[in-house]
Design a protein around this ligand. Structure first.
Ligand code: ZN
Length: 179
């Protein structure tokens, strides 16, 4: 298991400064806020190549009624379309929450070079919490993975969202049936 801030893969290293990592995570956070604004669980992701954002996305599971409508999937798809290649070698992906097995798998297939996430997801994370898809050297591609980038801001967004949701549900229960 990866400890907070620990990097498992010693052969790979980050190509970015802490300041740059936080800058890009802010952009992923801005994506997450787009999800929040439409009542979706606030998770956002971006893909960066050569200092340019080539893909962005946010969670749309409810709107699309699609279990696979995760932020990372949209960001990866857009990035591939942008550079007209399924290979995202040399790219960096930033996501506000630790990726799930599906998204980690997609990143692995797309050969994303570096993956940075914000908050840890102890119940669904596949980048260190429950499993380590991206750094498993049995695969033919593995990535540099770093968690905990702006983790407080990323986690707070989720905590606030679920607190609001509970409040709304409680209020709806309390109010008399209008029908
Ligand atoms: Zn996912």
């Amino acid at each position: 298991m990866l400890e907070f801030g620990e990097v498992k893969n010693v052969e790979k290293s980050s190509s970015l400064t802490q300041e740059t990592k936080e800058y890009y995570m802010q952009l992923a956070l801005a994506e997450a806020k787009k999800a929040q604004a439409i009542g979706e669980v606030p998770i956002g992701a971006i893909v960066v190549l050569d200092g340019k954002v080539i893909g962005a996305g946010h969670n749309l599971r409810e709107h699309d009624q699609d279990a696979t409508a995760h932020a990372e999937m949209f960001a990866i798809r857009q990035a591939c379309q942008n550079i007209e290649s399924w290979r995202l070698e040399r790219s960096q992906l930033f996501v506000t929450l630790e990726p799930c097995p599906m998204c980690s798998g997609a990143m692995q297939l797309a050969r994303v070079e570096e993956v940075y996430f914000g908050a840890y997801d102890p119940k669904g994370g596949a980048a260190g919490s429950l499993m380590e898809i991206l750094t498993d050297e049995r695969f033919n591609h593995w990535s540099y993975v770093e968690g905990g980038i702006l983790s407080t801001a990323c986690g707070q967004l989720l905590t606030d969202f679920f607190r609001e949701l509970r409040k709304k549900r409680k209020a709806a229960k309390k109010s008399p049936n209008p029908l």
